[in-house]
Design a protein around this ligand. Structure first.
Ligand SMILES: Cc1cc2nc3c(=O)[nH]c(=O)nc-3n(C[C@H](O)[C@H](O)[C@H](O)COP(=O)(O)O)c2cc1C
Length: 363
């Protein structure tokens, strides 16, 4: 039998298999306040035969938002909403982590009380847009604007917002949190030379560019324990104006720091839609050498690719994104080699249960 269906250990957690549901924004919270709701609980419960579910990216504060209707995890209402979700997932055996998110410059003044979004440097991301909807759910893609460079006070505030949100996530019943350090959002913006032109100790050298990431990891670990912390990084992705020639060595160096902190896992975001570069074997070997705790991979995985990477030992768990949208019973379909349904791209973001909780199980 494929290793994918074997149980696994993630620090103190027992996972029922090695299939992970990748974090996926679906923009279906209740308004006002971006509150998780019973429809979301149904959606996650339907997919909770996975070993681990990573929630959709979730705001840590008002200012960390960049898209309409994405959830938060910092108010009492958020915590109450998420409790229903985490309980529903647990009933079917899945562990669940909350992906903590600050978008940085991938935002818009309409989420910032009319002010500029914040980022490491005042550099507008080219060809980068966010989705903004009115209260009826009718939305448009809108260009990002030039952000304001963060002061030390901004940095300190965001670090403590991450720690606060992590505590609230645990209170909401999550087994841990995943710090979103990839896909062109705030932490990634610090890591890369193209978006970080700072001249203080957060910019320039690799050690400086990873400082913000490590401050967040340390603050979150102090708040909830490093054994409940995962980090997502995207070494080969270049979308959202994130083409940085030094990102791969930066991430390899960061992986040693993360291992030293003994976090639960490192999660590689390997593909975004069609931006799915082939990852050299040398990178996987080097990463495995530096990071010996759990590695999760995500990006266009199939059963065959999953088996291969698990067999080689380059990863311990494999995350599936798009296949989980249209196949709530993905684990069973993979196990029994049943055909997969295709997702409907028109119902991914916002809307109701259509294209969300109405995808049928096999047969
Ligand atoms: C609808 C959708 C929403 C996504 N939202 C997030 C997100 O909130 N956080 C994140 O880290 N990645 C997000 N991703 C990326 C996925 O986690 C995953 O890395 C990507 O879809 C590649 O995996 P796949 O080929 O199995 O779909 C999203 C992907 C999709 C399709």
């Amino acid at each position: 039998m494929s290793k994918l269906f074997e149980p696994a250990q993630l620090k103190q957690l027992d996972l029922q298999n090695r299939v992970v549901m990748a974090p996926m924004t679906r923009a279906r919270t209740s308004q006002p306040g971006n509150i998780p709701n019973p429809m979301m609980a149904t959606y996650y419960q339907q997919r909770a035969t996975a070993g681990l579910i990573i929630s959709e990216a979730t705001q840590i504060s008002d200012e960390s938002q960049g898209y309409s209707f994405t959830p938060g995890v910092y108010t009492d209402e958020h915590v109450a909403g998420w409790k229903t979700v985490t309980q529903a997932a647990k009933q079917r055996g899945a562990a669940m982590f909350c992906q903590l998110w600050h978008v940085g410059r991938v935002s818009h003044p309409s989420f910032q009380n009319g002010e500029q979004p914040i980022a490491p440097s005042a550099l507008k991301p080219v060809e980068t847009q966010v989705w903004i909807a009115d209260e009826n759910g009718n939305g448009n893609m809108v260009d990002c604007v030039e952000p304001r460079a963060m002061s030390q006070a901004d940095i300190d505030r965001v670090v403590s917002d991450f720690a606060y949100a992590a505590k609230r996530a645990i209170e909401a019943g999550f087994d841990g949190v995943e710090i979103h350090g990839g896909n062109g959002y705030l932490i990634d913006q610090f890591l890369r030379t193209n978006s970080n032109h700072r001249t203080d100790h957060y910019g320039g050298t690799r050690q400086n560019r990873m400082r913000f990431l490590l401050e967040v990891v340390d603050a979150v670990s102090d708040a909830i324990g490093a054994d409940k912390v995962g980090v997502r990084l995207a070494p080969f992705i270049t979308f959202k104006d994130m083409n940085c020639p030094d990102i791969v060595p930066t991430i390899l160096q960061a992986s040693k720091e993360l291992q030293a902190r003994d976090i639960a896992y490192l999660h590689l975001s390997e593909a975004d839609w069609d931006d799915a570069p082939v990852i050299p074997e040398s990178f996987r070997l080097e990463l495995r050498e530096y990071f010996t705790n759990t590695i999760i991979v995500a990006g266009s995985y199939t059963q065959d690719r999953a088996d291969e990477i698990l067999e080689k030992g380059y990863a311990d768990l494999v995350a599936f994104g798009r296949p989980f949208v249209a196949n709530p019973d993905l684990v069973s379909r993979l196990k029994h080699q049943q055909p997969l349904q295709q997702l409907d791209g028109a119902t991914l973001f916002g809307g109701d249960e259509r294209g969300y909780t109405d995808y049928p199980e096999y047969g």
